[in-house]
Design a protein around this ligand. Structure first.
Ligand SMILES: C[C@@](CO)(OP(=O)(O)O)[C@H](O)COP(=O)(O)OP(=O)(O)OC[C@H]1O[C@@H](n2ccc(N)nc2=O)[C@H](O)[C@@H]1O
Ligand SMILES: Nc1ncnc2c1ncn2[C@@H]1O[C@H](COP(=O)(O)OP(=O)(O)O)[C@@H](O)[C@H]1O
Length: 292
């Protein structure tokens, strides 16, 4: 008798320590150079194998989040099934905690978790490169989410170089009540509006030296020039993070989430408490995590 398998996977969010845009590509994407870092805030997906021919089903705890082809987790499952001729069905129960359209790669991390889980569940034994080549067909951030940890991401985000792990620290997240579309942020990017570009070589040296203070000083994201211009509360959140004790603060990805870094739990909790009192942003306290 064949026993149908079940599996539980955590899908981690990311922050961008740096984000630089180098040029616009002929395919419409932008050539980027970003230092990315996984954090402990995660969604959870429970998978159950279903009998042959029963297809894909997905339920989530978020009313209004699409559960069909428009969901990145569903799309990843479909692409895995089609590419590797999987006949069994799969049911996914997605519990979201990562805020949506927040610059934290929540959807991408869900898709990556599905790809990894299906590789294991259906004993596909695919290499990391094969998994990444499936992932990058769905989204530029998915290869990073498949690996996690501290990475330099280039190309449109899919070309990865593993970096020395960032020294573990606390990460306070503040997500104001607005949603930002990644496509909108890239479309509205104008290089003339950028005051400062990341010093990527310098942050790589600080990572090698495990110099957290140095890393903090070099946080830089050119998409702030687009998103902060539209949502002024992002700048206010950055200032509040610093005022209440963060060693550094930045907007993650296309935003609107702002993160702050601290070395100790007490300061992180103090900042979170102040931000909950003073703003209407959703606040989380988490830590940096290593990759697979
Ligand atoms: C900005 C970043 C930074 O980590 O993250 P988020 O803010 O989305 O979390 C990423 O570059 C987002 O990656 P991802 O969310 O996977 O983007 P995709 O689905 O591939 O692309 C969404 C849209 O963004 C634009 N895009 C994306 C990546 C890129 N290098 N250049 C682009 O111009 C394209 O218009 C594309 O249609
Ligand atoms: N599993 C998923 N989780 C979150 N968002 C998803 C998912 N599937 C599709 N989406 C859609 O993807 C878009 C981007 O969401 P998300 O990945 O959370 O943000 P970001 O690209 O800013 O990191 C949203 O419009 C959302 O509706």
């Amino acid at each position: 008798m064949n026993v149908l398998k079940t599996l539980k996977v955590d899908a981690y969010a990311k922050i961008n320590l740096t984000l630089d845009i180098l040029s616009k590509r002929p395919d419409g994407y932008h050539e980027v150079s970003m230092v990315m870092q996984s954090i402990g805030l995660c969604d959870r997906i429970k998978f159950s194998e279903e009998p042959k021919g029963s297809g894909i089903t997905l339920v989530t705890n978020v009313p209004g989040l699409p559960c069909g082809e428009r969901n990145l987790a569903y799309r990843a499952a479909k692409l895995m099934m089609d590419t590797y001729h999987i006949e069994q069905g799969i049911h996914m129960n997605l519990t979201k905690r990562i805020p949506i359209a927040a610059g934290l790669a929540g959807g991408s991390s869900n898709a990556a978790a599905v790809i990894l889980a299906m590789n294991e569940m259906f004993c596909l034994e695919l290499s990391r490169e094969e998994l990444c080549s499936v992932g990058e067909k769905i989204g530029s951030d998915i290869p990073f989410c498949l690996c996690g940890g501290t990475m330099l991401a280039e190309g449109r985000g899919e070309k990865l170089t593993r970096l020395p792990s960032m020294p573990q620290c606390y990460v306070i997240l503040a997500k104001p009540p607005v949603k930002v579309s990644t496509a909108w942020a890239y479309q509205n990017y104008q290089k003339e509006q950028v005051k400062e570009h990341p010093k990527t070589d310098e942050i790589l040296s600080c990572l090698a030296e495990k110099n957290l203070v140095g890393i903090g000083k070099l946080l830089c994201n050119v998409l702030e020039s687009v998103t902060i211009n539209r949502y002024k509360e992002i700048d206010m959140l950055k200032k509040l993070m610093l005022k209440h004790g963060a060693m550094a603060s930045l907007m993650s990805g296309s935003g609107p989430t702002v993160f702050g870094l601290t070395e100790d739990a007490k300061t992180a909790e103090h900042i979170a408490e102040q931000l909950r009192k003073l703003t209407n942003a959703r606040i989380f306290v988490t830590k940096t995590v290593c990759g697979n």
